[in-house]
Write a protein that binds this ligand. Sequence first.
Ligand code: NAP
Length: 283
Amino acid sequence: MSSKLTFTSRLPVAHAHPPTTRPHIGFGVYLSPEDVCKASCLTALKHGYRAIDTAQYYENEAQVGEAVRESGIPREEIFITTKIMTPEGSVEKSYQKCLKSVEDIGLGYVDLFLIHTPSSGPEGRKEMWQALERLLKEGKTKAIGVSNYGVAHIEEIKTFSDVMPAANQVELHVQCQQRPITEYCTANGINVEAYCPIARGKYLDDPTLKQIADSHNVTVAQVLIRWILQMGFIPYPKSDHADRIKQNADLYGFELSEEQMRILGMMDRGHDGAVVPQKTECP
Ligand SMILES: NC(=O)c1ccc[n+]([C@@H]2O[C@H](COP(=O)([O-])OP(=O)(O)OC[C@H]3O[C@@H](n4cnc5c(N)ncnc54)[C@H](OP(=O)(O)O)[C@@H]3O)[C@@H](O)[C@H]2O)c1
Protein backbone atom coordinates (compact mmCIF):
# COMPACT_ATOMS: atom_id res chain seq x y z
CA MET A 1 0.00 0.00 0.00
CA SER A 2 2.62 2.50 1.13
CA SER A 3 4.68 2.55 -2.08
CA LYS A 4 1.73 4.22 -3.79
CA LEU A 5 1.66 7.05 -1.25
CA THR A 6 2.45 10.51 -2.58
CA PHE A 7 2.24 13.98 -1.09
CA THR A 8 -0.97 14.49 -3.04
CA SER A 9 -2.55 11.21 -1.83
CA ARG A 10 -6.10 11.73 -0.58
CA LEU A 11 -8.43 9.68 1.61
CA PRO A 12 -12.23 9.55 1.56
CA VAL A 13 -13.89 11.84 4.12
CA ALA A 14 -15.82 9.40 6.29
CA HIS A 15 -19.62 9.55 6.16
CA ALA A 16 -19.63 12.40 3.61
CA HIS A 17 -22.66 12.90 1.36
CA PRO A 18 -21.93 13.43 -1.46
CA PRO A 19 -18.63 11.49 -1.29
CA THR A 20 -15.53 13.66 -1.09
CA THR A 21 -11.85 13.32 -0.22
CA ARG A 22 -9.26 14.96 2.02
CA PRO A 23 -5.46 15.27 2.10
CA HIS A 24 -3.65 12.35 3.77
CA ILE A 25 -1.38 14.69 5.74
CA GLY A 26 -1.99 18.05 7.37
CA PHE A 27 -0.29 20.84 9.29
CA GLY A 28 -0.98 21.53 12.99
CA VAL A 29 -0.82 24.96 14.63
CA TYR A 30 -1.20 24.31 18.37
CA LEU A 31 1.22 26.58 20.27
CA SER A 32 1.98 28.48 17.09
CA PRO A 33 1.84 32.07 18.39
CA GLU A 34 -0.50 34.56 16.76
CA ASP A 35 2.40 36.56 15.27
CA VAL A 36 4.08 33.47 13.79
CA CYS A 37 1.17 31.25 12.79
CA LYS A 38 0.35 32.99 9.50
CA ALA A 39 3.96 32.76 8.27
CA SER A 40 4.17 29.08 9.29
CA CYS A 41 0.93 28.28 7.45
CA LEU A 42 2.15 30.13 4.35
CA THR A 43 5.39 28.11 4.49
CA ALA A 44 3.41 24.88 4.85
CA LEU A 45 1.14 25.78 1.92
CA LYS A 46 4.19 26.70 -0.18
CA HIS A 47 5.66 23.27 0.51
CA GLY A 48 2.49 21.49 -0.55
CA TYR A 49 0.47 20.90 2.63
CA ARG A 50 -3.21 21.30 1.85
CA ALA A 51 -4.80 20.66 5.28
CA ILE A 52 -4.46 22.81 8.42
CA ASP A 53 -5.70 21.98 11.93
CA THR A 54 -6.60 24.84 14.27
CA ALA A 55 -9.00 25.25 17.22
CA GLN A 56 -10.79 27.91 19.24
CA TYR A 57 -8.39 27.01 22.06
CA TYR A 58 -5.30 27.79 19.92
CA GLU A 59 -6.36 31.44 19.42
CA ASN A 60 -4.99 31.50 15.88
CA GLU A 61 -8.02 30.65 13.74
CA ALA A 62 -7.96 34.10 12.07
CA GLN A 63 -4.25 33.77 11.19
CA VAL A 64 -4.90 30.40 9.52
CA GLY A 65 -7.64 31.99 7.40
CA GLU A 66 -5.42 34.95 6.50
CA ALA A 67 -2.66 32.62 5.33
CA VAL A 68 -5.03 30.65 3.10
CA ARG A 69 -6.42 33.83 1.55
CA GLU A 70 -2.94 35.26 1.03
CA SER A 71 -1.61 32.01 -0.48
CA GLY A 72 -3.79 32.44 -3.57
CA ILE A 73 -4.51 28.70 -3.55
CA PRO A 74 -8.14 27.97 -4.51
CA ARG A 75 -10.27 27.50 -1.37
CA GLU A 76 -11.60 24.14 -2.53
CA GLU A 77 -8.07 22.67 -2.62
CA ILE A 78 -7.58 23.32 1.09
CA PHE A 79 -9.02 21.36 4.03
CA ILE A 80 -9.49 23.42 7.21
CA THR A 81 -10.31 21.88 10.58
CA THR A 82 -11.24 23.71 13.75
CA LYS A 83 -12.66 22.64 17.14
CA ILE A 84 -15.06 23.75 19.85
CA MET A 85 -13.53 23.36 23.32
CA THR A 86 -16.43 23.76 25.77
CA PRO A 87 -20.23 23.94 25.64
CA GLU A 88 -21.67 27.43 26.06
CA GLY A 89 -24.83 26.47 28.00
CA SER A 90 -27.31 25.89 25.16
CA VAL A 91 -27.27 24.50 21.62
CA GLU A 92 -27.94 28.00 20.31
CA LYS A 93 -25.02 29.53 22.23
CA SER A 94 -22.62 26.73 21.23
CA TYR A 95 -23.76 27.12 17.62
CA GLN A 96 -23.06 30.87 17.79
CA LYS A 97 -19.59 30.15 19.21
CA CYS A 98 -18.87 27.82 16.29
CA LEU A 99 -20.28 30.30 13.80
CA LYS A 100 -17.84 32.88 15.18
CA SER A 101 -14.97 30.48 14.43
CA VAL A 102 -16.17 30.11 10.85
CA GLU A 103 -16.40 33.92 10.56
CA ASP A 104 -12.99 34.47 12.19
CA ILE A 105 -11.38 32.03 9.76
CA GLY A 106 -13.11 33.97 7.01
CA LEU A 107 -13.13 31.38 4.24
CA GLY A 108 -16.91 30.99 3.99
CA TYR A 109 -16.96 27.51 5.52
CA VAL A 110 -14.64 25.04 7.26
CA ASP A 111 -14.12 21.49 6.08
CA LEU A 112 -14.27 19.75 9.44
CA PHE A 113 -15.51 20.96 12.83
CA LEU A 114 -14.57 18.83 15.83
CA ILE A 115 -15.58 18.63 19.49
CA HIS A 116 -12.13 19.14 21.04
CA THR A 117 -12.59 16.88 24.07
CA PRO A 118 -15.27 14.70 25.66
CA SER A 119 -14.40 16.06 29.11
CA SER A 120 -17.45 18.32 29.49
CA GLY A 121 -19.80 15.43 30.32
CA PRO A 122 -22.77 13.85 28.50
CA GLU A 123 -24.99 16.97 28.40
CA GLY A 124 -22.13 19.16 27.17
CA ARG A 125 -21.13 16.63 24.51
CA LYS A 126 -24.73 16.39 23.26
CA GLU A 127 -25.13 20.18 23.19
CA MET A 128 -21.94 20.67 21.17
CA TRP A 129 -22.82 17.84 18.76
CA GLN A 130 -26.26 19.34 18.10
CA ALA A 131 -24.64 22.73 17.48
CA LEU A 132 -22.27 21.12 14.99
CA GLU A 133 -25.17 19.30 13.30
CA ARG A 134 -26.81 22.68 12.68
CA LEU A 135 -23.58 24.06 11.25
CA LEU A 136 -23.37 21.02 8.96
CA LYS A 137 -26.96 21.42 7.79
CA GLU A 138 -26.30 25.07 6.94
CA GLY A 139 -23.13 24.26 4.98
CA LYS A 140 -20.90 26.22 7.37
CA THR A 141 -18.87 23.06 7.77
CA LYS A 142 -18.55 20.19 5.29
CA ALA A 143 -18.15 17.53 7.98
CA ILE A 144 -18.27 17.18 11.77
CA GLY A 145 -16.30 14.99 14.12
CA VAL A 146 -14.71 14.55 17.51
CA SER A 147 -11.35 14.56 19.24
CA ASN A 148 -9.99 12.61 22.21
CA TYR A 149 -13.13 10.44 22.10
CA GLY A 150 -13.16 6.86 23.33
CA VAL A 151 -15.45 4.12 22.04
CA ALA A 152 -18.14 4.84 24.66
CA HIS A 153 -18.26 8.53 23.68
CA ILE A 154 -18.85 7.70 20.03
CA GLU A 155 -21.44 5.06 20.90
CA GLU A 156 -23.18 7.73 22.99
CA ILE A 157 -23.65 9.92 19.88
CA LYS A 158 -25.79 7.15 18.36
CA THR A 159 -28.30 7.57 21.20
CA PHE A 160 -29.27 11.09 20.11
CA SER A 161 -28.10 11.55 16.51
CA ASP A 162 -28.09 9.84 13.11
CA VAL A 163 -24.92 11.68 12.09
CA MET A 164 -21.75 9.70 12.77
CA PRO A 165 -18.42 11.53 13.23
CA ALA A 166 -16.33 11.92 10.09
CA ALA A 167 -13.15 11.85 12.17
CA ASN A 168 -11.71 11.26 15.61
CA GLN A 169 -8.48 13.17 16.32
CA VAL A 170 -6.41 11.49 19.03
CA GLU A 171 -2.84 11.54 20.26
CA LEU A 172 -1.27 8.88 18.10
CA HIS A 173 2.34 7.95 17.52
CA VAL A 174 4.56 4.91 17.76
CA GLN A 175 4.70 5.07 21.57
CA CYS A 176 0.97 5.75 21.98
CA GLN A 177 -0.83 3.64 19.39
CA GLN A 178 -4.39 3.92 20.78
CA ARG A 179 -5.36 0.45 19.55
CA PRO A 180 -8.91 0.12 21.01
CA ILE A 181 -10.14 3.42 19.58
CA THR A 182 -8.27 3.25 16.26
CA GLU A 183 -9.59 -0.28 15.65
CA TYR A 184 -13.12 0.87 16.47
CA CYS A 185 -12.84 3.93 14.17
CA THR A 186 -11.41 1.89 11.31
CA ALA A 187 -14.18 -0.72 11.67
CA ASN A 188 -16.80 2.07 11.65
CA GLY A 189 -15.32 4.02 8.74
CA ILE A 190 -14.27 7.02 10.88
CA ASN A 191 -11.09 8.86 9.79
CA VAL A 192 -8.36 8.58 12.44
CA GLU A 193 -6.33 11.79 12.75
CA ALA A 194 -3.01 11.65 14.61
CA TYR A 195 -2.07 14.56 16.82
CA CYS A 196 1.41 14.84 18.38
CA PRO A 197 2.62 12.61 15.52
CA ILE A 198 6.24 13.21 16.52
CA ALA A 199 5.38 13.08 20.24
CA ARG A 200 6.53 16.72 20.55
CA GLY A 201 10.08 15.50 20.09
CA LYS A 202 10.05 13.31 23.22
CA TYR A 203 11.53 10.19 21.60
CA LEU A 204 13.84 11.62 18.94
CA ASP A 205 16.92 10.07 20.62
CA ASP A 206 15.47 6.56 20.83
CA PRO A 207 18.17 4.16 19.51
CA THR A 208 15.71 1.85 17.68
CA LEU A 209 14.10 4.80 15.93
CA LYS A 210 17.52 6.25 15.09
CA GLN A 211 18.62 2.95 13.56
CA ILE A 212 15.51 2.80 11.36
CA ALA A 213 15.94 6.46 10.37
CA ASP A 214 19.62 5.92 9.49
CA SER A 215 18.73 2.93 7.30
CA HIS A 216 16.70 5.30 5.09
CA ASN A 217 18.94 8.35 5.53
CA VAL A 218 16.04 10.34 7.05
CA THR A 219 15.32 11.79 10.52
CA VAL A 220 13.46 10.11 13.38
CA ALA A 221 10.65 12.68 12.93
CA GLN A 222 10.24 11.52 9.34
CA VAL A 223 10.09 7.85 10.42
CA LEU A 224 7.43 8.66 13.02
CA ILE A 225 5.23 10.52 10.54
CA ARG A 226 5.76 7.96 7.78
CA TRP A 227 4.65 5.20 10.19
CA ILE A 228 1.32 7.04 10.64
CA LEU A 229 0.83 7.31 6.87
CA GLN A 230 1.60 3.63 6.33
CA MET A 231 -0.90 2.74 9.10
CA GLY A 232 -3.56 4.59 7.08
CA PHE A 233 -4.00 7.38 9.66
CA ILE A 234 -3.81 11.15 9.04
CA PRO A 235 -0.83 12.92 10.68
CA TYR A 236 -0.86 16.60 11.67
CA PRO A 237 2.75 17.53 12.51
CA LYS A 238 3.39 21.07 13.79
CA SER A 239 6.45 23.25 13.43
CA ASP A 240 7.24 26.95 13.30
CA HIS A 241 10.56 26.33 11.52
CA ALA A 242 10.64 26.33 7.72
CA ASP A 243 13.25 23.55 7.49
CA ARG A 244 11.21 21.26 9.75
CA ILE A 245 7.91 22.12 8.04
CA LYS A 246 9.50 21.00 4.78
CA GLN A 247 11.20 17.95 6.31
CA ASN A 248 8.00 16.73 8.01
CA ALA A 249 6.33 16.46 4.62
CA ASP A 250 9.31 14.93 2.82
CA LEU A 251 8.11 11.38 3.41
CA TYR A 252 7.68 9.89 -0.03
CA GLY A 253 11.23 8.95 -1.02
CA PHE A 254 11.37 5.99 1.37
CA GLU A 255 9.15 3.22 2.66
CA LEU A 256 9.27 1.44 6.02
CA SER A 257 9.69 -2.30 5.45
CA GLU A 258 7.32 -4.91 6.85
CA GLU A 259 9.95 -5.81 9.44
CA GLN A 260 10.40 -2.15 10.44
CA MET A 261 6.61 -1.75 10.73
CA ARG A 262 6.59 -4.84 12.98
CA ILE A 263 9.34 -3.39 15.20
CA LEU A 264 7.58 -0.03 15.40
CA GLY A 265 4.31 -1.79 16.22
CA MET A 266 5.99 -3.30 19.29
CA MET A 267 7.07 0.12 20.64
CA ASP A 268 3.57 0.99 21.93
CA ARG A 269 3.63 2.11 25.58
CA GLY A 270 -0.08 2.89 25.71
CA HIS A 271 -0.91 5.76 28.03
CA ASP A 272 2.64 5.67 29.41
CA GLY A 273 3.83 6.85 25.99
CA ALA A 274 1.33 9.71 25.76
CA VAL A 275 2.55 13.31 25.91
CA VAL A 276 -0.92 14.78 26.51
CA PRO A 277 -3.00 13.62 29.52
CA GLN A 278 -5.35 10.98 28.08
CA LYS A 279 -9.04 11.73 28.02
CA THR A 280 -10.26 8.98 25.74
CA GLU A 281 -11.13 6.49 28.45
CA CYS A 282 -13.33 8.72 30.59
CA PRO A 283 -17.01 7.71 30.71
N1 NAP B 1 -7.05 17.51 19.47
C1 NAP B 1 -6.19 17.72 20.45
O1 NAP B 1 -6.51 17.63 21.65
C2 NAP B 1 -4.79 18.08 20.09
C3 NAP B 1 -3.78 18.07 21.09
C4 NAP B 1 -2.48 18.38 20.69
C5 NAP B 1 -2.20 18.68 19.36
N2 NAP B 1 -3.21 18.70 18.42
C6 NAP B 1 -2.96 19.01 16.99
O2 NAP B 1 -1.90 18.22 16.49
C7 NAP B 1 -0.83 19.07 16.03
C8 NAP B 1 0.51 18.42 16.29
O3 NAP B 1 0.68 18.14 17.66
P1 NAP B 1 1.77 18.90 18.55
O4 NAP B 1 2.06 20.22 17.95
O5 NAP B 1 1.30 18.88 19.94
O6 NAP B 1 3.02 17.90 18.49
P2 NAP B 1 4.05 17.39 17.35
O7 NAP B 1 3.63 17.80 15.99
O8 NAP B 1 4.25 15.93 17.64
O9 NAP B 1 5.38 18.12 17.78
C9 NAP B 1 5.56 19.50 17.63
C10 NAP B 1 6.85 19.86 18.35
O10 NAP B 1 7.96 19.17 17.75
C11 NAP B 1 8.87 20.13 17.20
N3 NAP B 1 9.25 19.64 15.86
C12 NAP B 1 8.51 19.69 14.74
N4 NAP B 1 9.14 19.10 13.72
C13 NAP B 1 10.31 18.66 14.19
C14 NAP B 1 11.40 17.96 13.58
N5 NAP B 1 11.38 17.61 12.31
N6 NAP B 1 12.47 17.66 14.37
C15 NAP B 1 12.48 18.01 15.68
N7 NAP B 1 11.47 18.66 16.31
C16 NAP B 1 10.40 18.99 15.56
C17 NAP B 1 8.15 21.45 17.14
O11 NAP B 1 9.03 22.52 17.38
P3 NAP B 1 9.13 23.81 16.41
O12 NAP B 1 7.74 24.34 16.21
O13 NAP B 1 10.00 24.71 17.21
O14 NAP B 1 9.77 23.31 15.15
C18 NAP B 1 7.14 21.31 18.29
O15 NAP B 1 7.78 21.67 19.52
C19 NAP B 1 -1.07 20.36 16.83
O16 NAP B 1 -0.37 21.45 16.28
C20 NAP B 1 -2.55 20.46 16.78
O17 NAP B 1 -2.96 20.93 15.51
C21 NAP B 1 -4.48 18.38 18.79
